[in-house]
Design a protein around this ligand. Structure first.
Ligand code: MN
Length: 217
């Protein structure tokens, strides 16, 4: 757990399972984007982590889950996103293209006064391609975004009317279009990952918001 995000990290795979964070306008400032990635200092040195060398000449970006641009309040806030517990191998087409369009729109929601609670992570195939010293490449990356109109963002504030967005973006060199063309139900992401999102929301409410595919503009 960090002030900037929470991560579940798989030290065998050397990728996060998921990263979760809150986004609202209070996180925006004038920090300069960090320039280097590093080991997450919160893990013991014996724990496996990806390294820069794993990505060098791999053809894959060091893809942030909690975006650098979501954490610009201070330089330390921005630096905190440049750790390998927040990074997955991602194609340029996804990282700088389709995947980034939801990152941009989530920041727009925050600038409008909304609060967005986000979880993102990788989805792996049975025998994933690996880069470097065995860092597996996800088949796709998922994101769950719960959009609240105000700062009152909590499990108790989720109703059947709450906007809940699920996306599953193929981690391919040919992925195109924006996030809207890659929407899925949150329940579908739960079935792919084995995770239970919105677990503190009453089951009856989960059953509505997680089985609906977002269709708003
Ligand atoms: Mn759930």
């Amino acid at each position: 757990m960090k002030p900037q995000f929470v991560a579940s990290y798989d030290t065998t795979r050397k990728t996060p399972r998921w990263v979760a964070w809150r986004l609202d306008a209070s996180w925006f400032g004038t920090a300069t984007r960090a320039t280097s990635f590093r080991r997450d200092p919160q893990l013991p040195t014996s724990a496996g982590q990806a390294r820069d060398e794993d990505f060098r000449n791999s053809g894959f970006d060091r893809g942030h889950l909690c975006p650098s641009a979501d954490r610009t309040r201070t330089d330390p806030d921005n630096d905190a996103t440049f750790v390998f517990t927040n990074i997955v191998p991602q194609t340029r087409a996804s990282n700088s293209g389709t995947w980034s369009t939801l990152e941009d729109d989530a920041r727009t929601f925050a600038q409008q006064g909304k609060t967005v609670m986000l979880v993102a992570g990788p989805v792996f195939g049975v025998t994933p391609q690996a880069i470097g010293t065995g860092v597996p490449v996800p088949l796709s990356t998922f994101k769950v975004a719960v959009v609240f109109d105000t700062s009152a963002a909590s499990p108790a504030a989720v109703t059947t009317a709450t906007r809940v967005i699920g996306v599953l973006v193929p981690n391919t060199t040919s992925v195109s279009g924006d996030w809207r063309s890659h929407r899925v139900s949150v329940r579908a992401i739960e079935q792919l990952t084995g995770l239970d999102f919105l677990a503190d929301v009453p089951r009856a409410v989960q059953d509505v918001v997680e089985t609906r595919v977002d269709s708003l503009p």
